[in-house]
Design a protein around this ligand. Structure first.
Ligand code: AQP
Length: 331
């Protein structure tokens, strides 16, 4: 059975993009994989996080993942800072990765923007930590949204260079980028990724939104004046229409073409109503289950603590061997 690893940052409330691009697939993959899922708090602090909120956000995200169908008993769910092997291997990855490789990372360029001199060095080496997260478990398959494709290529480059420099040890990593909503875009701008850190609350559907909030955000979602086209070619140059059709397709387990067969020619008013009904049906049970789980933080903490112990038991021998191969004195 192949081992899966993936992570999500407790940097705010998870949104529809996180759900359709990643977490929903994580839940499905549990059927035929050994899965390790991680709330990546070390990654979150690469941008400022209020220390009074980070622990709360970590718990909330863990509850949300369980509500989305992640099974913390049959598989492993934990918070990253609780397993020290990640940072030990991340340091080795920092020393294996080349500056030129990191300079090409588009996510760093997007997030740093014009403020490059003032962002944290952690943000720059973020992809090295991500490589370490995966390699720490010898995971071979990594389900992520489309925005992480370049980081996974870099993780493979790091693994290959380690294998070349120190001896064959790390397996190749296969990215699993799945479904018609692998990159969900902002509801306010179809050319921008839906993101937790977007300043506009209207740009994303959050997994904690109630039915009225979902309806309002979809009603206000940016569209264009044309009705929906009858085929996929008609979505060309219409990023907002493509985004809403992609979301509909993902929620109904179909594709863009099937949605347009049923809804092509319809104005956005009617389509938005159908999309709202679908979102409310799929997301509001997740929100109420998350609230229920958060009513019992002690049980959540126990699940995360046990997850961290089980993760550490897998990680420790792998990272110790990597350290030995590098030449560290292991007493
Ligand atoms: N818009 C998206 N569409 C599809 N998938 C997405 N993911 C994130 N945004 C989208 C996927 O969700 C997983 C967890 O992502 P993350 O929270 O760890 O980091 P991120 O990609 O940086 O997400 P955000 O929302 O943009 O967070 P902030 O604003 O804090 O940086 C990943 O698999 C990601 O691909």
């Amino acid at each position: 059975m192949q081992r899966i690893f993936s992570g999500i940052q407790p940097s705010g409330i998870p949104h529809l993009g996180n759900y359709l691009g990643a977490v929903r697939n994580w839940a499905a993959l549990q059927r035929d994989h050994e899965c390790i899922y991680c709330v990546v708090d070390l990654h979150a602090i690469t941008t400022w996080q209020d220390p009074r909120l980070l622990a709360k956000q970590t718990r909330e995200l863990a509850a949300s993942l369980i509500a989305c169908g992640i099974d913390p008993l049959a598989h492993i769910l934990f918070n990253q800072s609780a397993v020290h092997a990640h940072v030990r291997l991340a340091w080795i990855c920092n020393c294996v990765a080349r500056m030129g490789w990191l300079n090409r990372m588009t996510q760093f360029k997007d997030k740093a923007g014009k403020d490059r001199e003032n962002v944290s060095t952690g943000l720059f080496v973020y992809p090295n930590l991500m490589a370490a997260d995966i390699l720490t478990y010898h995971a071979t398959r990594v389900p992520v949204g489309d925005d992480q494709r370049q980081h996974l290529e870099l993780a493979n480059d790091i693994a290959q260079k380690f294998n070349h420099d120190y001896g064959n040890f790390f397996p190749a990593i296969e990215p699993l980028i799945m479904g018609p909503a692998a990159r969900v875009m902002s509801l306010r701008d179809g050319t921008k990724k839906m993101s937790k850190s977007d300043a506009s609350e209207q740009s994303s559907i959050n997994l904690t939104d109630d039915a009225d909030t979902i309806a309002l955000k979809i009603r206000r979602a940016k569209t264009d004046p044309q009705p929906l086209p009858g085929d996929v070619a008609g979505l060309e140059g219409r990023p907002e229409a493509r985004n809403l059709v992609g979301i509909f397709a993902a929620l109904t387990d179909t594709d863009h073409a099937a949605v347009l067969r049923d809804h092509g020619g319809q104005g956005f008013g009617a389509f938005k109503e159908a999309l709202t009904a679908l979102l409310v049906e799929k997301l509001t049970p997740i929100a109420s289950e998350t609230r229920r789980l958060l009513d019992d933080p002690a049980t959540l903490d126990t699940l995360l603590r046990q997850g961290a112990h089980r993760a550490a038991a897998i990680a420790e021998p792998i990272v110790s061997e990597a350290e030995r191969m590098v030449g560290f004195l292991k007493l």
